[in-house]
Design a protein around this ligand. Structure first.
Ligand SMILES: [Zn+2]
Length: 250
C-alpha cells in the first residue's frame, strides 16, 4: 500500500463496496471536493455507527473502513450507519480542517460549519446507536491508544481485548499523559461524557450527549507506515464489533 491517499479514487471505491453489500447512500452536503456521504443498511438489530475522515490528514480511518467492507465485515443483524469521510475537502488535500481551516471535530456544539451542521442533523434524525466507533490518527503518538466513553457497565476487558488485537502492529502508548489525559492503563483513556473544551465538542461527546451508551475512538501513530495503521484500525474495529450481542462475524 502506498503512503499517499488518493481521495478521487477512494470515493468511488467505497461506493462500489458499500453498494455491493446493500448499503444505501445519502449525500448530506455537496462540497467543493465532492459529497459528504452517509451510508446505511438497516437490518433489524443493534444500531452501530462508524465514523472516519473527520480530520483530513488522517487517511488510515477511511481506508480501514474500506478494507473492512471489502473483507465482508458488515455482518447481518446490525443496523449499520457509516460516515467514512466526514471532511471531503481536508481528505482531498491532506489537511486536518475543512476549506476554511476549521477543526470539524470541535464543532458539534456550535455547528458553525456546513459539514457538521448537516452531519449532526443526520445523526439526530436516525436511530440512536448502541455502539459508536471512530477512527483517528495522531501525529504526536508513538504507539496506539483509544478513548472509551461508557455510560453503562464498566467492562475493562473490552479495552484490553482491543489493545491486544492491535499489539501485533503497535505498542500501547505509554506514559502518564496521553493527549492531555491521564490514562487508566497504557493506551487507554477512559473519558467522561463531558467535553475537554466547553464549546469544542467532538463527535464522541455529541454521541454521548445524545445517549449513545458506548463509544471507542482509536488513534494510530501517523508516523508509521500507512498499511500498518490501516491494519491496526481494522483489527481494532473487528474486535470491538464482537462486543455486540450475537457478535459472530459471517
Ligand atoms: Zn483525528
Amino acid at each position: 500500500m502506498s503512503d499517499a491517499f488518493d481521495w478521487d479514487s477512494f470515493q468511488p471505491a467505497f461506493a462500489i463496496e458499500a453498494q455491493r453489500h446493500g448499503f444505501l447512500r445519502e449525500d448530506l452536503l455537496q462540497t467543493g471536493a465532492g459529497a459528504l456521504s452517509a451510508w446505511t443498511r438497516a437490518d433489524p438489530g443493534p444500531v452501530v455507527y462508524l465514523s472516519a475522515g473527520i480530520h483530513g490528514d488522517e487517511p488510515a480511518g477511511p481506508l480501514a473502513l474500506l478494507a473492512w467492507l471489502r473483507a465482508g465485515g458488515c455482518r447481518a443483524g446490525v443496523h449499520w450507519r457509516i460516515c467514512p469521510a466526514l471532511n471531503p475537502h481536508g481528505l482531498a488535500i491532506g489537511a486536518r480542517g475543512n476549506a476554511a481551516g476549521a477543526d470539524l471535530n470541535r464543532d458539534y456544539r456550535t455547528r458553525m460549519t456546513d459539514e457538521i451542521s448537516a452531519h449532526a442533523a443526520w445523526l439526530e434524525r436516525g436511530p440512536l446507536p448502541a455502539l459508536f466507533v471512530s477512527l483517528h490518527e495522531d501525529w504526536e503518538a508513538q504507539g496506539f491508544y483509544l478513548y472509551e466513553i461508557n455510560l453503562g457497565e464498566d467492562d475493562p476487558l473490552q479495552a484490553e481485548r482491543i489493545l491486544s488485537a492491535v499489539d501485533p502492529w503497535f505498542p500501547r502508548h505509554g506514559g502518564d499523559d496521553i493527549d492531555g489525559h491521564v490514562p487508566r492503563a497504557p493506551g487507554w483513556i477512559f473519558h467522561e461524557a463531558e467535553p475537554d473544551l466547553a464549546d469544542g465538542w467532538p463527535e464522541a461527546i455529541h454521541l454521548a450527549k445524545l445517549g449513545c451508551p458506548l463509544s471507542f475512538t482509536f488513534e494510530t501513530p501517523s508516523g508509521a507506515a500507512l498499511s500498518d495503521r490501516v491494519g491496526a484500525l481494522e483489527a481494532a474495529l473487528q474486535t470491538t464489533l464482537r462486543f455486540l450481542p450475537e457478535g459472530r462475524c459471517d
